[in-house]
Design a protein around this ligand. Structure first.
Ligand code: ADP
Length: 501
């Protein structure tokens, strides 16, 4: 059965009709100073649908300068916490009003389902602005009793800490959840009172630019949020090396994260890095095979596997291995594929030709390495960068496809016999973003949780996220946390004040 893509909202069409999009610096919509541009591609159609400015170091310098001025000289720095709270709440209302439009832009630019994006990406994003709006008025320091043993007994002191915004933030985000990642960075930075230069991924900048319009409509002072577009090489690197950047918040590949971490240290910029993963899903002997198969399908195929926490290594107890893997293959084969605007489609194209080539290369590698291809394993026979949901099975988890992050709809299922052994194998990865355990044996589960080296451990679920729950990685999966109060804290400095009375 084929489904005709639904029509799009007038406002979405009007936004797309502009074709040559502009970026936001100091409240103005501008082209790059050198007038260079990059193409915007619709991955379902493989067609160019417009262009974005390709910002150079001059543009980045201007944006950072404006962000600094907005922090130090403008109304923002003097604004009371409740003022920031109200702006964030206003912005969340505008996002809610335009949720469908943003979801459609996401579908057209990234390839994901508009219906899923509206519920998940946009839904979580606006909820996160509301959550962080609450924190804006609850920032606090402490009063500290001091002993000062070397001071004379009659001397008196008073010490306290105050939390202050870390300063100008560079936020660099990836293409897999373009809108949600912008929210993850902007909401805590703004709640804390920082100003921001946001660089969306060059493949998917449209929803961030639309968000820029809502930020202007909400009446944030000019220069508080600046959005520069362009690639990593020229735009991103100009941003991360700028001496006036006080914090870099990055989500993306481990390779670029390492580079950003080193650049940050040159200026002692604070840094939050949310990087790659190869997250294990561990299905214990007592788990209902149907539940495990359904869970694994969500763990790996949500967002077409382009999720840093994707459950890409599926460890299943040998006694139920075949049942789970065969059922998972049935589920994979039944996933309706189609463009993001098709309301029936659950899986769209990958984001780009580059990503398609990369995923197909890993699939070839898996076959060459001798893994058993259970289902999928090829590009779908249609226009667009579609890859069929792919499942490999192997006894050997030292294969490249079981170790490297593929960032596509490709899973490796591995049987295990012994719980101690599976913990060791699950931890034998350079990554440590997330893991999930599937079992109703609470004692066993509780014993396993502390042993897994991962920033998040899910039990009987995978990819569960909430504004109040920190998210981030152990090992090469990153530094620091997004979401939760911990994320707010990472946009604040602690100033100690010590007075002799
Ligand atoms: P992917 O390989 O999946 O595209 P990246 O980690 O390369 O993921 O990209 C994530 C974000 O990092 C994008 O916004 C990209 O433009 C940016 N980026 C890539 N390289 C650099 C760099 N050298 N300096 C700063 N930002 C970069």
């Amino acid at each position: 059965m084929t489904h005709e893509p639904a029509g799009i909202e007038q406002k979405t069409q009007a936004f797309l009709d502009r074709q040559n999009h502009r970026m936001l610096i100091d409240g103005q919509w501008v082209d790059a100073l050198k007038n260079k541009r990059m193409q915007v591609v619709n991955p379902a159609e493989e067609t160019v649908i417009g262009s974005i400015p390709s910002a150079h170091s001059d543009d980045v310098n201007k944006a950072v300068g404006c962000a600094k001025a907005a922090l130090e000289q403008g109304a923002w720095g003097k604004m009371r916490p409740s003022g920031r709270q109200n702006l964030l709440l206003k912005l969340a209302d505008l996002i809610e009003r335009d949720a469908r439009i943003i979801a459609e832009l996401e579908a057209i630019d990234n390839g994901k389902s508009a219906a899923i994006a509206q519920a998940v990406d946009i839904g979580l994003g606006l909820e996160f602005f509301r959550y962080m709006a609450g924190w804006a008025t609850k920032i606090e320091g402490s009063t500290l009793d001091v002993s000062m043993p070397f001071a004379p007994p009659e001397a008196d002191f008073f010490a306290y800490t105050r939390r202050e915004p870390v300063g100008v933030v560079a936020a660099i985000i990836p293409w897999n959840f373009p809108f949600l990642m912008a929210c993850w960075k902007l909401a805590p930075a703004l709640a804390a009172g920082c100003t921001v230069v946001l660089k969306p991924a060059e493949q998917t900048s449209l929803s961030a630019l639309y968000l820029g319009e809502l930020i202007a409509e909400a009446n944030f002072p000019d220069g508080v949020v600046n959005i520069v577009t362009g690639d990593g090489q020229s735009t991103g690197s100009a941003l991360i090396t700028h001496p006036d950047i006080n914090k870099i918040s990055f989500t993306g590949s481990t390779q670029v994260g390492q580079l950003i971490g080193r650049a940050a240290m040159d200026n002692m910029a604070r840094v939050t890095l949310e990087l790659g993963g190869k997250s294990p899903m561990i299905v214990l002997e007592d788990c209902d095979p149907e539940k495990a198969a359904q869970g694994a399908a969500v763990a790996i195929f949500f967002n077409h596997g382009q999720t840093c926490s994707a459950g890409s290594r599926l460890y299943v107890h040998r006694s139920i291995f075949d049942t789970v893997v065969n059922r998972l293959a049935e589920l994979a084969e039944a996933i309706p594929m189609g463009p993001g605007l098709d309301p029936a489609a659950q899986m769209g194209p990958l984001v780009s030709q580059v990503q398609l080539d990369r995923v197909c290369h890993y699939i070839e590698t898996g076959c060459q390495e001798g893994a058993r291809l259970v289902t999928g394993g090829e590009r779908a026979d249609r226009k667009g960068y579609y890859v069929k949901p792919t499942i490999f099975a192997s006894e050997d988890d030292s294969l490249v496809i079981a170790r490297e992050e593929i960032f596509g709809p490709v899973l490796v299922a591995i049987p295990f016999d012994d719980v101690d052994d599976v913990v060791e194998r699950a931890n034998d990865s350079r990554y440590g973003l997330a893991a999930s355990i599937w079992s109703n044996d609470l004692s066993q589960v509780q014993r396993l949780i502390p042993r897994l080296k991962a920033g998040t451990v899910w039990v009987n679920g995978h990819n569960m996220l909430d504004s109040n729950v920190p998210f981030g990685g152990y090992k090469l999966s990153g530094v620091g946390r997004d979401m939760g109060k911990q994320s707010l804290d990472s946009y604040l400095e602690t100033k100690s004040v010590f007075m002799a009375l």
